[in-house]
Design a protein around this ligand. Structure first.
Ligand code: FES
Length: 118
């Protein structure tokens, strides 16, 4: 496992989300930090429906009412705290969660080095 400092906590709105990428080449790893109800969650930015990234616009992960994450491809919605799909074509499936923590105002993600390529 490798720890990677991804962002400053203050870089993420509450509620809000921040996309991040790491790795080289044509297919870098894409992830998203989600700040929600006082906690930060990290997920792979991969929809369990067809594997698309959830967003098109940078950091455009939330529904307009800021209540759910949404995949722009086919409208699947996800609980920000769990990554479980609550509505749409992959209802009941999960976004891939990554371990993360906040230390001294910095958000760290832990994942296999091969996945993050850092
Ligand atoms: S790829 Fe996300 S809803 Fe289809």
């Amino acid at each position: 496992m490798k720890d990677w400092r991804v962002a400053q906590l203050d870089d993420i709105a509450e509620p809000g989300a921040l996309e991040f990428t790491t790795g080289n080449g044509d297919w870098p790893f894409r992830g998203v930090l989600v700040r929600w109800q006082g906690e930060v969650h990290a997920y792979a930015n991969v929809c369990p429906h067809q594997g698309h990234p959830l967003n098109i616009l940078p950091d455009g992960f939330f529904t307009p009412d800021k209540g759910q994450l949404i995949c722009v491809s086919h409208g699947a919605m996800f609980d920000p705290a769990t990554g479980v799909c609550t509505f749409g074509p992959c209802a009941g499936q999960n976004m891939r969660r990554l371990a993360c923590r906040v230390t001294d105002g910095e958000v760290w993600v832990s994942a296999p080095a091969s996945m993050l390529d850092v």
